[in-house]
Design a protein around this ligand. Structure first.
Ligand code: UGA
Length: 430
């Protein structure tokens, strides 16, 4: 099929590259000329395992192209995915102005039957707004359908998540659009659930909110475990063995971050409010998440006694491993809180330092974890990168002025740390 994907962020670029490798002809469109120029050279503007290789392979096969020209891309495509940003407004509402702009431009260029698919995470009823905008601006008699196809890929494993989804959700309003989209997704051999557009939109928000709730739930349990001197990792394991609960998204830590959960949660709370429902359960999820970052700083303070004038080695800055994404990364709040108390920060992240440098001030960025630990009073684990799990801890101990590690991701075994002579604190395992 001829496909246009508008927006080359995580969702758009990954979808575009994957659809191309499934045998379609894809054009990825973005207003950002710098990004398009990079992509044309086979360079990915974001770090995502396997993505750059996939882009290059499809450039070679001529199955993917990149352009800033939405009009011409629309005219050539049968299916157009809208994957532009929906950033949060100060009140938590999603800003849908980019979606509206794109819908208008597409509408004016409709020259044959097209399916316009919303792929960005959007409030329920956005599909109706897109349809209304399309009707208003499209030429008379233009043939099109609007559909919703929310994406569930995670950063850090985006390509493999896209190719192996648990389910594909297709929110459609016509048999014709359903047929086109089912055909497009057939090669993935995934379970496909066809719904109406509004239900598909809610499935995305409800899924992200539920996962965020699981994380806040286990973080709250971690607080209880710390107070009761129990072990949250065992509690999480014991809970997760119940297939009704499931073991995923029950890892305690420093709270969730990234550009999806915090923003989508706030947006969904606002959507529900506007629909007349006060989803106070989700407000508690947000509150627990904010508290968790403060709790981590408090743990560091408990161990170090005073933070003022102490040097702290921060291991990991990205909001999760295998990404260079710093958006809403807990490290931002944690480093700022430590600096506010007078700490000196040395930091290392395998991939996110270029992005972190733009957002953090007065931080010494180091070549590796060992350099970060050199002369520090304490090391803190903020992102659970694989390489931190493999560190030579005896070497780390020698480099630190006090053998102290506060582990926000529970990557080390407390017994082993004690045996190695570390003063070691983690989350929910005191
Ligand atoms: C999340 C969802 O998992 C995807 O399904 C969804 O498509 C995406 O949002 C989106 O809406 O675009 P992502 O934000 O990339 O994906 O990453 P996750 O792996 O879900 O992690 C989110 C945050 O939760 C991270 O800060 C992570 O450290 C934290 N987390 C995750 C925990 O603290 N504990 C856990 O058990 C799991």
């Amino acid at each position: 099929m001829n496909i246009a994907v508008v927006g080359t962020g995580y969702v758009g670029l990954v979808s575009g590259a994957c659809f191309a490798s499934l045998g379609n002809k894809v054009v990825c469109v973005d207003v950002d000329e710098r990004k398009i120029a990079m992509l044309k050279k086979g360079k990915s503007p974001i770090y995502e395992p396997g993505l750059e290789e996939l882009v290059r392979e499809n450039i070679r096969k001529k199955t993917i192209t990149f352009s800033t020209d939405l009009k011409s891309a629309t005219r050539k495509a049968e299916v157009i995915f809208i994957a532009v940003g929906t950033p949060p407004k100060p009140n938590g509402d999603a800003d849908l102005s980019y979606i509206e702009d794109v819908a208008r431009t597409i509408a004016r260029e409709v020259n044959g039957y097209k399916v316009i698919v919303e792929k960005s995470t959007v409030p329920v009823q956005t599909g109706e707004k897109i349809r209304d905008t399309m009707r208003l601006f499209a030429p008379k008699g233009a043939q099109f359908d609007v559909a919703s196809n929310p994406e569930f890929l995670r950063e850090g494993s985006a390509v493999s998540d896209f190719m192996n989804p648990d389910r594909v959700i297709l929110g459609v309003e016509s048999a014709r659009a359903k047929k086109v989209l089912i055909e497009l997704y057939k090669p993935l051999k995934s379970r496909i659930l066809v719904t109406d557009i509004k239900s598909a939109e809610i499935i995305k928000h409800a899924s992200n909110s539920f996962l965020a709730m699981k994380i806040s739930f286990i973080n709250a349990i971690a607080r209880v475990c710390d107070a009761a001197k129990a072990d949250v990792e065992l509690v999480s394991l014991g809970m997760g063995l119940d297939s009704r609960i499931g073991k995923s998204f029950l890892s305690p830590g420093i709270g969730f971050g990234g550009f999806c959960f915090p923003k989508d949660l706030a947006a969904f709370i606002r959507i529900c409010e506007k629909l007349g429902y006060d989803f106070d359960l989700l407000r508690a999820v947000e509150r627990i998440n904010e508290e968790q970052k403060r709790y981590f700083v408090k743990r560091i303070e408990e161990v170090l006694w005073n933070i003022n004038q102490k040097t702290i080695a921060v291991l990991g800055l990205a909001f999760k491993p295998n990404t260079d994404d710093m958006r809403y990364a807990p490290s931002l709040d944690i480093v700022a809180a430590l600096q506010a108390q007078g700490a000196r920060i040395r930091a290392y992240d395998p991939h996110a330092m270029d992005n972190a440098k733009k957002l953090m001030k007065n931080v010494v960025f180091c070549r590796d974890a060992y350099e970060a630990c050199k002369g520090a009073d304490c090391a803190i684990v903020v992102t659970e990168w694989g390489e931190f799990k493999q560190l030579d801890l005896k070497r780390v101990k020698k480099l630190l002025t006090q053998p102290t590690i506060v582990d926000g991701r529970n990557i080390y075994d407390p017994k082993k740390m004690k045996a190695l002579g570390f003063r070691y604190a983690s989350i929910g395992r005191s």
